[in-house]
Design a protein around this ligand. Structure first.
Ligand code: NAG
Ligand code: NAG
Length: 442
């Protein structure tokens, strides 16, 4: 039996959540229902919380997210080139000067470095994944959707890159974007107009840089490491109230079928229906709306911080057959929700809504925020569902094999990059690098 105060509390929580997509009316059923195989909450949660970070976007290199962002006034941009002419049309810039040197690769003795500073906030559109990699297997899909309204896997060479840039800039002029952000080894900004919103800081002919261990790789590889993990490159302020995700099954339902039975690394946008392309383009073209004010990026990171490290510890304890320690970790994770008089169902309810019930009660969420809320809900529900079930069993007896299976299943489903480490710790070598890196080290 629930105590009266708990019953009141649960009633309050439930009424707070009205209007959201709590699909299962009976919480006790939810406790025994794993996520639907076609649901994408974990994938949305994962991609959104990985934005602007090098490592996770190299690991899953086909982008799924398009998001408006702002670069504040006073930010430096770098453009390396082989002459001293300021570009009169769209060109590439880097956020780190080391990376701009790559444009002088062929003739380092002719290297000119143009440094610009933003004189007002620049409106930017960011494509996640390894979106500057010229690859036919999906890295350019989301850009092509916007520029040409279809995916063209063979438009990879230099001419197509300029055509893509020009098409993006033309679309940007209509919709208010100054530049486009992509990532490969580091972030690059495709700047449409070198005379608007920026001014020249310096334009100098550089000495040939001597680099160790060979040629130019060393220095720019290190620049990418600066942005490997959260918070990633901090020079961009994302507007998540307008984020568009290809994992949004309401916006792009045709992609559910293309992903069915396919490894996450192979997920791409090729195969999207014409109707869904129109819907995606319309969504991205909408003007800014005032959102709820919730800091979604922080909310997602708080959830990752709360569970990330300790789920890893739990996995270790189970590998070491340490039932007692494992039970204690689960107890720690659930501690804020372990009601004195609570049934597993009540504990699950509190745990699975703690981070989201306020957001769920807001009437003013944008469509994108609705997607983020759903992702946070599905993710925390599954974490709490797994932990509460284990905890309820463990009170009697921790079954190490069953706990192992369940924690392995949960962490595979969440697939957070915080767990991407060698165990035991490894040298910095190819084995620990996302595969897109490997060619550089061989
Ligand atoms: C998932 O979606 C695919 C493609 O639409 C469908 O064939 C499959 O039956 C769905 N799976 C479940 C369990 O509903
Ligand atoms: C505890 O679980 C183990 C493994 O599942 C089982 O062999 C054992 O009989 C259980 N003990 C009790 C007291 O339930």
């Amino acid at each position: 039996m629930l105590s009266p105060s708990l019953t009141l509390l649960l009633a309050a929580l439930t009424s707070n959540a009205v209007g959201t997509d709590i699909q299962t009316p009976f919480i006790s059923d939810e406790l025994h229902t794993p996520p639907h195989p076609n649901a994408t909450g974990n994938l949305v949660f994962n991609t959104i919380s990985s934005l602007l970070q090098h490592w996770p976007n190299t690991r899953y290199h086909s982008g799924q997210t398009i998001v408006p962002a702002v670069i504040p006034e006073g930010t430096l941009l770098y453009h390396g080139r082989l002459d001293d002419a300021i570009p009169s049309s769209g060109e590439w810039t880097a956020l780190d000067p080391e990376f701009s040197h790559i444009y002088c690769f062929d003739e380092p003795e002719k290297c000119w470095l143009l440094t610009l500073v933003t004189t007002r906030p620049l409106q930017v559109l960011y494509f996640d994944g390894s979106s500057a990699t010229k690859s036919p297997d999906g890295t350019l899909d989301t850009q092509d959707l916007l520029t040409w309204g279809a995916v063209f896997p063979d438009r990879l060479n230099r001419e197509w890159e300029y055509a893509r840039l020009d098409a993006l800039c033309e679309w940007g002029r209509e919709t208010g974007f100054d530049a486009f952000l992509r990532m490969q080894l580091n972030f690059e900004l495709m700047l449409c107009d070198f005379t608007r919103g920026v001014e020249v800081v310096s334009f100098v002919h550089l000495e040939v840089e001597s680099m160790f261990p060979d040629h130019f790789y060393y220095s720019f590889i290190h620049t990418s490491e600066w942005h490997d993990h959260f918070p990633g490159d901090v020079r961009f302020q994302l507007d998540l109230t307008r984020v568009v995700s290809m994992y949004d099954t309401d916006l792009a339902p045709s992609l559910v079928g293309t992903r069915w039975g396919v490894e996450r690394r192979e997920h791409r946008v090729l195969g999207i229906s014409p109707e869904d392309i129109v819907a995606v383009r319309n969504r991205i073209s909408q003007p800014a709306q005032s959102g709820s004010g919730i800091d979604w990026r922080a909310l997602f990171q708080v959830i990752k911080d709360r569970y990330g490290k300790r789920l890893q510890v739990l996995r270790h304890d189970l590998r070491d057959d340490s039932a007692q320690r494992a039970f204690r970790v689960v107890g720690n994770l659930l501690a804020p929700y372990l009601l004195r008089s609570g049934s597993p169902t009540a504990i699950y309810r509190l745990c699975s809504t703690a981070h989201t019930s306020y957001a769920a009660s807001r009437p003013s969420l944008t469509a994108s925020e609705g997607l983020l809320l759903k992702a946070a809900q599905e993710t925390t529900r599954e974490i709490c569902r797994t932990l509460v079930n284990l905890w309820a069993d463990g009170v009697e007896n921790v079954s190490i094999p069953r706990w192992r299976r369940e924690i392995d299943r949960l962490t595979a489903w969440l697939d957070w990059d915080v767990w991407l480490t060698c165990e035991p710790a490894c040298d910095i070598d190819v084995g620990n690098m996302p595969s897109a890196w490997s060619p550089i080290f061989t």
